[in-house]
Ligand binder design. Structure first.
Ligand SMILES: Nc1ncnc2c1ncn2[C@@H]1O[C@H](COP(=O)(O)OP(=O)(O)OP(=O)(O)O)[C@@H](O)[C@H]1O
Ligand SMILES: O=C(O)c1ccc[n+]([C@@H]2O[C@H](COP(=O)([O-])O)[C@@H](O)[C@H]2O)c1
Length: 190
């Protein structure tokens, strides 16, 4: 039987409640079988290098999704290294799991930039894109995306990193256990 899997690709530097809420909303609203979080090794469009390692980002993701049996982590991009082009990743995942229908979840900020993605025409034939609302961005695309309304969440990894560096609290933006890991490992100036 065909399996329907949602993929949430991201840098997760760090993972936050925005990621968890959109993943859960798409899972529920599209009645998918599961969600796989796909941490990238090197995001194609971000110029600034992370201050954290890929292993630390994966560790934080593990802590964040623990206890939800519908959530798991796909580490294919970390293992492949290099620039994490989604076309390369999804071609390989489709080759490994031809029976799976993939739903690639993106926030509205990413929806706006889809035309610049590597081999986007081929990629949009291979996966079903699912765009979710995000404050400040339109949920419109020339590509055949499904759009899902989620509660608007004004949280981003960059705002969390900035708050940490400014000595401000990030409690309630991400799980306490992830904050504990960040402190123990002195991430983001903590
Ligand atoms: N608050 C949010 N609402 C909706 N979508 C989000 C939200 N935060 C992240 N996303 C989406 O999740 C995916 C992964 O995001 P990413 O890991 O880059 O986090 P980010 O908060 O956007 O990071 P940064 O601030 O460093 O750019 C992207 O498709 C992004 O659009
Ligand atoms: O393949 C591309 O050209 C491409 C361009 C921009 C973003 N992406 C993917 O979109 C997802 C969200 O990206 P980011 O940078 O917001 O973490 C992540 O899986 C990226 O690898 C992919």
């Amino acid at each position: 039987m065909t399996k329907r899997v949602g993929i949430l690709g991201g840098t997760f530097d760090p993972p936050h409640f925005g990621h968890l809420i959109i993943a859960n909303e798409v899972l529920q609203q599209l009645n998918l079988d599961e969600i796989q979080f796909l941490p990238n090794y090197k995001p194609p469009h971000k110029l600034k290098a992370s201050s954290t390692t890929a292993e630390q980002r994966v560790e934080m993701l593990k802590i964040a999704i623990k206890n939800n049996q519908s959530f798991s982590i796909e580490t294919i991009e970390i293992e492949r290294k290099g620039t994490s082009y989604t076309f390369d990743t999804m071609s390989e995942l489709k080759r490994r799991n031809p029976e799976v229908d993939y739903y690639f979840i993106i926030g509205a900020d990413m929806v706006e930039s889809l035309s610049k993605w590597y081999k986007i025409d081929d990629l949009s034939q291979m996966v079903q894109f699912v765009g979710v609302s995000r404050p400040g961005y339109l949920l419109k695309s020339e590509y055949p995306i499904i759009t899902i309304e989620v509660p608007l969440i004004e949280i981003s990894s960059s705002s969390i990193r900035n708050k940490c560096e400014d000595g401000k609290s990030v409690q309630y933006f991400l799980p306490d256990k992830v904050i504990r890991y960040m402190k123990e490992n002195h991430l983001y100036g903590l």
